[in-house]
Ligand binder design. Structure first.
Ligand SMILES: C[S@@+](CC[C@H](N)C(=O)[O-])C[C@H]1O[C@@H](n2cnc3c(N)ncnc32)[C@H](O)[C@@H]1O
Length: 281
């Protein structure tokens, strides 16, 4: 598996950015509730799985799927419970279970599969019962909603995101495509909610500072960006053009005059009989 955000501290990044109460609120909006069997697609280190298990209660069950043995081991250690199971599985393949699910939940997953998004959704609903719920959640315009004094930083971020999209199977526009996946797969009762994933102005809080700087450190160099705008004499005191960009980004980001936002699209739909035919086509 090649996962763009892979690094040895990924469980820490996920822990810092995940609020279990937000997961429960979004899942309840989608119709997930007590007694349900839920599939958590790409569950990471299990925080979302545990939140969903809280929602479905002791009479329900949540199965968390992920392809990372490391994150699943952490999940098992931290969140093991009678109503939770974790399974090692590559979601690019159908997940077949002897017990059908009442709901599937896939959050911050499809953006890493620009080319295979529709297949990942189809694979995930293989064991969803007719009448069951799919809840898909992803960002839109990912990292592209910046406005501030430093145009060089913003242009470089745009260059990085373009390269991640072109060369690393990342989809900065995954959010706007979620409806089309459910529609094409024959889902009914589709509903959409949009809320801010990031909304940053004025003073920067610690959580946003960590999350964004970490994201940048993990992706900026991998993207293949050459940081040409940072190779002139003005930046000669930095070890590399990347270091110059990283310093300028941190200054821009800490400046209370900048404004940044990323919308989050939350889609839910109900699997219909016609979904089975659509999954085959
Ligand atoms: C950004 S995390 C999302 C975690 C969780 N869904 C959440 O809402 O916080 C993406 C997860 O997808 C997993 N992943 C990436 N590629 C995968 C694949 N091919 N099969 C299964 N899981 C995969 C990663 O290991 C990672 O844990």
């Amino acid at each position: 598996m090649s996962y763009l955000m892979e690094n040895r501290d990924e469980d820490l990044r996920l822990a810092i950015k995940t609020d279990p109460d937000v997961v429960k609120r979004q899942a309840a909006w989608a119709g997930i509730g007590p007694g349900m069997r839920v599939l958590d697609v790409g569950c990471g280190s299990g925080i979302t799985t545990a939140a969903l298990a809280d929602l479905v209660g002791q009479n329900g069950h949540v199965v968390g799927l992920d392809a990372s043995e490391e994150r699943l081991a952490i999940a098992q250690e931290k969140f093991s419970a009678p109503n939770i199971s974790f399974v090692l599985h590559d979601i690019r393949k159908p997940y077949r279970s002897p017990i059908l699910f009442d709901a599937i939940w896939a959050r911050f997953i499809l953006e890493y599969f620009r080319k295979e998004q529709r297949d990942v959704v189809a694979n995930s609903i293989t064991s969803l019962r007719i009448g069951g719920i799919a809840c898909l959640i992803d960002t839109d315009n990912h990292s592209l909603g910046h406005h501030g004094e430093n145009e060089r930083v913003i242009a470089t971020i745009e260059d990085i995101v373009k390269r991640l999209e072109r060369d690393h199977n990342f989809d900065p526009y995954a959010g706007r495509k979620l409806y089309s996946h459910l529609h094409a797969l024959g889902f009914t009762n589709i509903a959409c909610m949009i809320e801010p994933h990031h909304l940053i102005y004025d003073q920067l809080n610690e959580k946003d500072a960590y999350n964004w700087v970490r994201k940048l450190e993990l992706t900026a160099r991998q993207s293949g960006c050459q940081f040409e705008a940072y190779s002139g004499e003005d930046f000669a005191h930095f070890a590399t053009p990347y270091e110059a960009f990283a310093a300028e980004f941190k200054a821009y980001f800490a400046d209370p005059s900048r404004f940044c936002y990323t919308p989050l699209m939350i889609l839910r739909g109900t699997k219909a009989l016609k979904s089975i035919e659509r999954m085959k086509s």
